[in-house]
Design a protein around this ligand. Structure first.
Ligand SMILES: [Zn+2]
Length: 127
């Protein structure tokens, strides 16, 4: 795909600089490609704004998935106190960044982030 003639996979913007998103590692430092090999076969292109939001969305999803595991008593990265702290700080940061984008976020809603933050504060840490 020629990046110069494509449009953003997030907001559809054309005629702007697009970058192929490299998922790299997930929020907890695990390699992404192993988890979702299909991602590599259909690379997506994003404008600068959307690629930033895509990174936020990725972290949001990682934290959300680990919180689900924690809530159902499965092994979770969030059972580690340091990771738990890091995740709650990151959610606060994500929300701040989303609010700075003034609602122009086709990929991630601030209300979803707030809901996850509430879940995080109410979840019971295993002793
Ligand atoms: Zn875009």
């Amino acid at each position: 795909m020629d990046a110069s003639t494509g449009s953003c996979n997030g907001c559809g913007a054309a005629g702007t600089a697009l970058m192929k998103l490299s998922l790299g590692k997930d929020f907890f430092g695990r390699a992404y490609d192993r988890l979702s090999p299909s991602t590599d076969q259909s690379p997506k292109w994003y404008c600068e704004q959307c690629s930033m939001q895509k990174n936020l969305q990725r972290d949001f999803r990682d934290i959300s998935a680990e919180l689900d595991k924690l809530a159902t008593g499965q092994g979770s990265q969030l059972s580690n106190t340091d990771e738990f702290q890091r995740a709650s700080l990151r959610l606060r940061e994500i929300l701040t960044l989303l609010e700075a984008a003034q609602g122009r976020s086709p990929l991630l809603a601030g209300s979803d982030v707030k809901r996850l933050m509430e879940r995080l504060t109410t979840v019971t840490m295993p002793a």
